[in-house]
Design a protein around this ligand. Sequence first.
Ligand code: ATP
Ligand code: MG
Ligand code: MG
Ligand code: MG
Length: 565
Amino acid sequence: MAAAQVQRMSRLMVKTLRDDPADAETLSHKLLVRAGYVRRNAAGIWTWLPLGKKVLDNISNIVREEMDAIGAQEVLLPALLPKEAYEASGRWEEYGDLLFRLKDRKGADYLLGPTHEEIFTQTVKDQCTSYKDLPVMLYQIQTKYRDEARPRSGVLRGREFQMKDSYSFDTTDEGLAESYALHREAYRKIFARLGLDYRIVSAVSGAMGGSASEEFLAPAAAGEDTFVDCPACEYAANTEAVTFVAEAVDASGVGPVEELDTPDTPTIESLAAHLGVPASATLKNLLVKVDGEIVAVGVPGDREVDLGKLGEHLAPAVVELVTAEDFVGRPDLVRGYVGPQGLEKVRYIADPRVAPGTAWVTGANRSDTHARNVVCGRDFSVDDYLDVVVVEEGDPCPACGAGLRLDRAIEIGHIFQLGRKYADTFQLDVLGQQGKPVRVTMGSYGIGISRAVAALAEQTADAAGLCWPAEVAPADVHVVAAGKALQTEVALDAASQLAAAGLRVLVDDRAGVSPGVKFTDAELLGVPKILVAGRRAGEGVLELKDRRTGEREELSVGEAVARLR
Ligand code: ATP
Ligand code: MG
Ligand code: MG
Ligand code: MG
């Protein structure tokens, strides 16, 4: 067997930092920078340093192996794309500010690809002409570009990032379902091999009439997605997908909004007097606007407006009642309020799927003010809108009725049955069995490769630093020469024996660096096993430490090789 390489720290470009970078908000951002895995060039733009590149490549290779295993073929499309295909699909407009656009020397418009449905559709139209050429599944591992509104959190949300995107092409709906199922299974294998804790959730609501789509979510506090899961059954969903829960719950009690005949601009007191209730009353069937903004919504049978609390909140603001007309033709009066974390705990005020004036539900947690009639595009992007939360902790599970839990997660993968949307745009047909053209049906499937590095860091790191699962770690074992020339000699010898046994070895042979600093660095870098040549190196005794559990044992080099190979 060819010996794996020994990577010597004395020659490795890695500069560890003791302090967190000032701009870092998430654990993975802090640790990946401190451990010298990545370096920030600009907002959302990152350099992968040698150790980071190894982790990135390990993840890519796992993804590649599992995609190859389901028969997908690897290709590489350009990232620099002429605008025409995106104009044809409507996404040149739709994407708005998310697209990086540029012009060539002749003034023609280009974009940097954010995702590649259009170009894959064109590719297959060009390459496949008969039903015999299908089904076909294609994938690439490529740099993607999205001018994200909030490129925070290090490589979790880059403006330039690595994605594996694949696309399936079938002639029948059953074929598409099969290609989708193959991808779903491949993704399960991939995320298991990566060592990620993940959940599969439905990404679009049945009520929306969308085609099948599921997200792979890695639970983590740093996640920007909220999902619900049921403690009592298997049910889990992106919160966007559970709109129907609230709808189902509220449907019984929701009637037409009652329009009250009141003075134009009542205060809380005059409003209460007008309604013939004390200023502390709790009311249903009432919508209230303050200074032009909707601040409270009550519906019969469910939510209520507590006038007292409203007054406390808003006095001495001027209050006016909202009428149903306020919502007519305003699907942008989106369910929500902006909390300290941005858009969160969002409830819907107006729902575009509901006839104007019929069903308004709320229940916004009023404790932290900021009720706003948030407007899509002004207050948040369409992307964020898709993440709008419409359920609350404790709402009933649509499957079994138990109280739902709300959790944060990182979207690491997303699979879609697209159907014929893009095939229609580009008239992607193949010659069918009967000699007639058949319209192709498609799926698209993404994994955030660079995001997975950060998601893994989030889930596995501890107080001492990174702590990689075996398959993605930049090395299998980190040998530390904790001492002078003798220890260095023993460490290098151990390193070459381990490498000869096929292990990937990092050895800290740096001269003039104290054992203490080397130990701290080893913990920070997060290689799963640490082998120390220290005090008893002269007797041929080393110490093997498990990075995760902290368990240690003394053994010889031969025993270490046998243990680790
Ligand atoms: P998000 O909801 O986080 O913005 P998305 O739904 O826009 O992601 P998709 O279009 O579904 O992303 O892309 C497929 C995958 O690419 C995502 O599941 C995610 O893992 C990854 N990804 C998307 N945007 C980014 C980004 N800005 N930086 C890193 N990875 C990303
Ligand atoms: Mg996005
Ligand atoms: Mg998403
Ligand atoms: Mg997605």
